[in-house]
Design a protein around this ligand. Structure first.
Ligand SMILES: [Zn+2]
Length: 297
């Protein structure tokens, strides 16, 4: 694990998930903890090497790859855990993630793996957007919902950890339908992100950047082109599964990983729900089959 110092109080650990390290007078706050126990253990060792004591963990959202290291860290340190509401409920009860992926039913065993099911962690404090003081540092918590219901970003010293608001070109080209749980909020968050003045943005899954605008543009374009492609499909009535099949084939997706199937399905439900709620699509249930179709005009 490498450690990159950015400002007097801010550093980060680059990796599959970039982890923020905020520190002051020998005390540290982690922004997210990575996928699993192994990440937790390595992060703790790294803090020790830096002469830092872990005092707190801030989770930007509840996806397992962002809080899977919590359990180890909480069990081996005195760290207090901070997370926004809703996300906190899932971090404390991580089975909720595969439960929602499996439409609320008890999730099949394919969905019991660390990529969608973290080990549980307590959450001591619910974070609200605005200023908050931890280890004598004044942090700004910024609401960045969309990718997940109540995702937040953390800003200190003009550096913003902006979680999964934007994905890289490489990730978008590979996965084609990046996870978003609320399309309307996601689009608002992209607009908001573009307006934030910062000297460095640290997205969780791609390299930090001084200029977030090209990434925002790419992610907005991706969302809009998926919306257009779905609208094209809904010129005739389609079930959710048909939308997933036709769009997936069109995009050349061929993963047979069940968990990937459910993540895409959830994201497409967010798109379909958005089209319905913005009165661009309608729903009909006939002969016990739910179909979406484009609204005229
Ligand atoms: Zn995420």
């Amino acid at each position: 694990m490498d450690y990159v110092e950015v400002t007097e109080h801010v550093g980060y650990v680059p990796g599959a998930v970039n982890i923020g390290v905020l520190h002051n007078e020998g005390m540290a706050v982690l922004v997210d903890t990575g996928l699993d126990k192994d990440n937790g253990r390595k992060l703790l060792r790294l803090l020790e090497e830096q002469g830092l004591t872990l005092k707190a963990i801030i989770n930007t959202h509840s996806h397992a790859d962002h809080n899977g290291g919590n359990n180890y860290l909480v069990n081996n340190t005195e760290a207090q855990v901070y997370a926004p509401s809703i996300e906190s409920g899932i971090i404390e009860n991580p089975l909720l993630e595969p439960i929602y992926l499996f439409h609320g039913a008890y999730p099949i065993r394919n969905l019991h793996n660390k990529f969608v099911l973290a080990k549980p962690s307590k959450v001591d404090h619910i974070l609200e957007p605005g200023k908050t003081e931890i280890i004598d540092l004044e942090l700004e918590i910024i609401a960045l919902p969309g990718h997940s219901y109540n995702q937040i970003g953390v800003k200190l010293d003009d550096v913003l950890f902006c979680a999964d608001t934007v994905f890289s070109d490489r990730v978008i080209d590979k996965y084609r339908i990046p996870v978003v749980q609320d399309i309307a909020r996601h689009l608002e968050t992209l607009d908001k992100l573009e307006g934030i003045e910062c000297s460095l943005f640290v997205p969780a899954h791609t390299k930090p950047t001084k200029d977030i605008k090209p990434l925002v543009a790419k992610n907005r374009e991706t969302t809009q082109s998926i919306l257009e492609d779905i609208k094209e499909l809904l010129k005739e009535p389609r079930t959710t599964e048909e939308v997933q099949m036709v769009l997936g084939n069109q995009y050349g997706l061929d993963s047979d990983v069940i968990q990937q199937y459910y993540l895409i399905q959830m994201t497409l439900m967010a798109y379909l729900g958005y089209l319905y709620d913005t009165k661009q699509a309608e729903i009909k249930v006939e002969e016990n089959r739910l179909q979406w179709s484009l609204l005229d005009g």
